[in-house]
Write a protein that binds this ligand. Structure first.
Ligand code: HEM
Length: 202
């Protein structure tokens, strides 16, 4: 019997109906708890740095990495990430900064710091996160710089979001300027004399 038809049948029995409704509410809340801003978010695991570091293909079979505090299971890309391969650096940690600096030796506490980077780098990091979201499985959040141990965004994350917003506006403005005033070039040769040409809008 379907849930709806059993509900209709049970309407004849008020106590049973109330019990079904209470169970349904608890079930829904346990799957989709409400965040502080009251939006429903799917439950995800919160990792500590120590726990994330074990997902290195050895202590734990799987390979996990974090990008701005979002943890992804990249085991299916083990050709890039297993020990000895080009991008093993990223495994078991949040090494977001190296996604744009290419410094795969940075094991300092600065390796997930991005606020001092220029807009182009910040936007590129967001592109990277999108790539990981599309290609791999998102498994949770890292409680550190970007999220706290309850999975709530930290002050640092709010600052980053603000900066990214400004960067996007700047980028849009620059694009508009380019369309209004496309960059022009001039050349001169004895044969052709002066020649001026402008780049079409990007
Ligand atoms: C800042 C420097 C760089 C960073 C942070 C970087 C990062 C990465 C990462 C994370 C991946 C794996 C992507 C995935 O999981 O699908 C990757 C793949 C790859 N990278 Fe880089 N990379 C850098 C520079 C380079 C350079 C200079 C080259 C070439 C000379 C290169 C060639 C490749 C190739 C061929 C792949 C494999 C693409 C595929 O199989 O889909 N990378 N890179």
């Amino acid at each position: 019997m379907s849930v709806i038809s059993s509900l209709i049948t049970s309407l004849k029995y008020p106590v049973l109906t109330i019990a079904i409704v209470i169970v349904a509410i608890f079930y829904q809340q346990s799957i989709f708890p409400k965040s502080s801003n009251n939006t429903v978010v799917p439950t995800k695991k919160i990792f500590s740095l120590a726990e994330l570091s074990t997902y290195n293909g050895i202590q734990q079979e799987k390979l996990y990495l974090a990008v701005i505090g979002n943890v992804f299971d990249v085991t299916v890309g083990s050709q890039h990430y297993k020990k000895g391969s080009s991008y093993h650096y990223f495994i078991g940690k949040d090494g977001t900064r190296a996604l744009v600096t290419g410094n795969f030796k940075d094991e300092s506490s600065n390796k997930d710091n991005v606020l001092d980077l220029p807009c182009s780098d910040l936007l590129s990091i967001l592109d990277w996160r999108q790539t990981f979201k599309q290609k791999y499985t998102y498994v949770g959040l890292l409680a550190d710089r970007y999220y706290d141990k309850n999975g709530e965004e930290t002050m640092y994350m709010s600052e980053l979001k603000q900066k990214v917003k400004r960067c996007r506006i700047e980028k849009e403005e620059a694009k508009k300027q380019d369309q209004l005033y496309p960059p022009c070039n001039i050349s001169w040769s004895e044969e052709d004399g002066s020649r001026v040409w402008c780049t079409k809008s990007r």
